[in-house]
Design a protein around this ligand. Structure first.
Ligand code: TMP
Length: 215
């Protein structure tokens, strides 16, 4: 695979989508081909699964096991339909969340067995692993405040099953990310998401740019 695969992770309101847009813009200005994706989603099938997971009026009774398998189905489709071909074609793939989210949300958050999630993930992604993962970290109070502002500013109300979780759930997500980052410091780079969007963009660039210098 000749491309570069970079994933973004973080709690709700950590600023991932803004930073993906900014990084894509910088890379495109250098004449590079960039593909921006999100999980769950990123394919027609994945976007339907995303709706079921997040917004469907029928999803209230969803079990944690079903949640994990739907995330995995969306990922299996995205890897084979989009990510693998794009990397083989030498493109840069930026993805808003990837398998770390399953370890953290379904493992730490929902309490499913993390070893089993890792086994399932190996089946789902095969050899496709991020070259670099940028973890945007914000304190829980900042995450909550940003979620509330987003909700107040939204012109249309779209229900999101994940945002209905209690604060204890988001605290577990925070712990999960911290532990993952400690376990894989080479791949997972932590960035302070409380800095201004401009400052975060600069830090992201400092971390990403060396990977492209020789390309
Ligand atoms: P987002 O695109 O707004 O971040 O919403 C995706 C939601 O799905 C978010 O709450 C995190 C959650 N999620 C999981 O629980 N497990 C996963 O594997 C992924 C990719 C996302």
């Amino acid at each position: 695979m000749n491309g570069v695969f970079i994933t973004f992770e973080g709690n709700e309101g950590s600023g991932k989508s803004t930073q993906i847009e900014r990084l894509a813009k910088r890379l495109r200005l250098q004449g590079r081909r960039v593909l921006c994706l999100r999980e769950p989603g990123g394919t027609a099938i994945g976007e339907e699964i995303r709706h079921t997971l997040k917004h469907s009026a029928q999803n209230h009774a969803m079990t944690s096991e079903a949640e994990l398998l739907l995330m995995s189905a969306s990922r299996a489709q995205l890897v084979r339909e989009v990510i693998k071909p794009a990397l083989a074609d030498g493109q840069i793939v930026l993805c808003d969340r990837f398998y770390d989210s399953s370890i953290v949300y379904q493992g730490y958050g929902r309490g499913l067995d993390r070893k089993w999630i890792a086994t399932l993930t190996a089946f789902v992604v095969g050899p496709v692993k991020p070259n670099l993962t940028l973890l945007l970290q914000v304190p829980l109070a900042v995450s909550l405040a940003r979620r509330q502002t987003r909700e107040q500013e939204a012109t249309t109300k779209t229900r999101d099953r994940f945002e209905e979780a209690d604060e204890a759930f988001f605290a577990k997500i925070d712990t999960g990310y911290r532990e993952l980052a400690k376990r894989e410091p080479e791949r997972i780079r932590v960035i302070d998401g409380t800095l201004s969007a401009e400052a975060v963009e600069t830090v992201v660039w400092m971390m990403v740019e060396p990977a492209f210098r020789k390309r």
